[in-house]
Design a protein around this ligand. Sequence first.
Ligand SMILES: *[C@@H]1O[C@H](CO)[C@@H](O)[C@H](O)[C@H]1NC(C)=O
Ligand SMILES: *[C@@H]1O[C@H](CO)[C@@H](O)[C@H](O)[C@H]1NC(C)=O
Ligand SMILES: *[C@@H]1O[C@H](CO)[C@@H](O)[C@H](O)[C@H]1NC(C)=O
Ligand SMILES: *[C@@H]1O[C@H](CO)[C@@H](O)[C@H](O)[C@H]1NC(C)=O
Length: 110
Amino acid sequence: MKLKERKSQLQCFTVCLAISVRNLTTDQFALLQFKHRILDPQTVLANNWNASSSVCKRVGVSCGGIHERDVALNFTRMNLTGTIPPHLGNLSFLLSLDLSRNHFYGHLPK
Ligand SMILES: *[C@@H]1O[C@H](CO)[C@@H](O)[C@H](O)[C@H]1NC(C)=O
Ligand SMILES: *[C@@H]1O[C@H](CO)[C@@H](O)[C@H](O)[C@H]1NC(C)=O
Ligand SMILES: *[C@@H]1O[C@H](CO)[C@@H](O)[C@H](O)[C@H]1NC(C)=O
Ligand SMILES: *[C@@H]1O[C@H](CO)[C@@H](O)[C@H](O)[C@H]1NC(C)=O
């Protein structure tokens, strides 16, 4: 491999990694804020969403796409209650959201 080619690959690797880490952190923050604002009487999320579990492995979260950045959230039938937190809007790669069969009230934030 030519040196120049290799260098540009390395640069891409570093930049791409930085982008994906930054977005994961933003998403992680949004998800944590979401969790803190809903009432979770069965503590489904409380017991499973902690700092030591990687975002994509948490209950209700599926990841896919390049760098696992696409996020699908499925919180159906978790008995969650409260209003739907606006922080969901900060999930940059949210592809699908299923909040059905819970007890959310109020309106869907922008
Ligand atoms: C963190 O979550 C994982 C599952 O995602 C669970 O196995 C583990 O027991 C939890 N740890 C704590 C301290 O709650
Ligand atoms: C969410 O998960 C349930 C099963 O746990 C499934 O029936 C439903 O289709 C899923 N929703 C979406 C949007 O994939
Ligand atoms: C949901 O919560 C109600 C009480 O608020 C309880 O009776 C019911 O069993 C819960 N459902 C699930 C699936 O945990
Ligand atoms: C969304 O993220 C921005 C920063 O990126 C932050 O200032 C704002 O408070 C967040 N909004 C919500 C609803 O979390």
